[in-house]
Design a protein around this ligand. Sequence first.
Ligand code: NAD
Length: 324
Amino acid sequence: MKVFVTGGAGFIGSHIVDELLRQGNGVVVYDNLSTGFEHHLPSPAINNNIKLIVGDILDYSKLVCAMEGFELVFHLAANADVRGGKANTQIDLEQNIIGTRNVLEAMRINHVPEIVFTSSATVYGEPDVFPTPETYAPLQTSLYGASKLSAEAMIQAYSEYFSIRSYMFRFVSWIGERYSHGVVYDFVKKLQTNPRELEILGDGNQRKSYLHVEDGVQGIFLAIANIREQKNVINLGHESYMNVMRLASIVIEEMGLEDVKFRFTGGERGWLGDSPFVHLDISKICSAGFKPRVTIEEGIRRTTRYLLENQWLLESRPMGITGA
Ligand SMILES: NC(=O)c1ccc[n+]([C@@H]2O[C@H](COP(=O)([O-])OP(=O)(O)OC[C@H]3O[C@@H](n4cnc5c(N)ncnc54)[C@H](O)[C@@H]3O)[C@@H](O)[C@H]2O)c1
């Protein structure tokens, strides 16, 4: 198959690209490299099934031309910073809603029949049902979550009008190799700056699910092989969860530090729009054969070790960008 991957040079996208290449597909990555890295992708000199187009999904005519002749689109390009919405009220609208609309228009014009979209558990806001099923009717608490839910809605309408099969995966926080934003990233960076004290946003009791990238990629490919409705909204998470304080202790242990004092900023939420508890009902994707193999603890240890071995990645982004 010829597969088009927006955001394919990012943390999650580059692992999806690896799997697509392993399966023998031809892959074009369309990425503006704003938060992604060419370094994450195999060189076309080594694997001639891959091509990188440096382009922006907001560059509509370039996107339409680039997408000619594809059978499947993975759409990951987005603003993945869940916390920036209050300071910049444009970014989620532009990158996540208009960007997705551009991808859908390019698909319509080029008759691409299938899309996989990376949505988020953030669309559930602060739910009162746990584990939270796909059918939960949420109220929004962040512009990021609202933009992902709007993008899902637009994908569903294009699915209906133009017979596009669609997958909307609602992710918990992903961790693993090439991870470049989120709570583990922030903690490692903060602890390198000050190994005696760690600032934790909120009261440290926030409980979240974390999914290792190996399991996440396996889940996506199992779902698209086995769940074949026209429109598919699917939770993708871990059956367990962990509180932020425990996560911090694991990072500290992996860094070989001792006697680190925690300083809490206070409150149940780490930031405006943060959800104190994220735990998704994953029975739908489990029915397709999904079972996470990496425990949350092991995933956090592996992520910390990867970051320590890849100092360049820690230096590439500012602190405080947290993926949900
Ligand atoms: N990481 C998580 O835990 C998580 C959780 C829920 C949802 N998601 C979603 O999964 C997707 C991938 O996230 P990630 O963690 O790999 O983030 P990432 O920042 O590593 O990847 C995003 C990629 O998109 C590219 N990009 C951004 N804006 C673009 C634009 N306008 N045009 C072209 N390319 C652009 C970036 O350069 C980058 O390569 C995003 O849609 C994100 O919202 C991620």
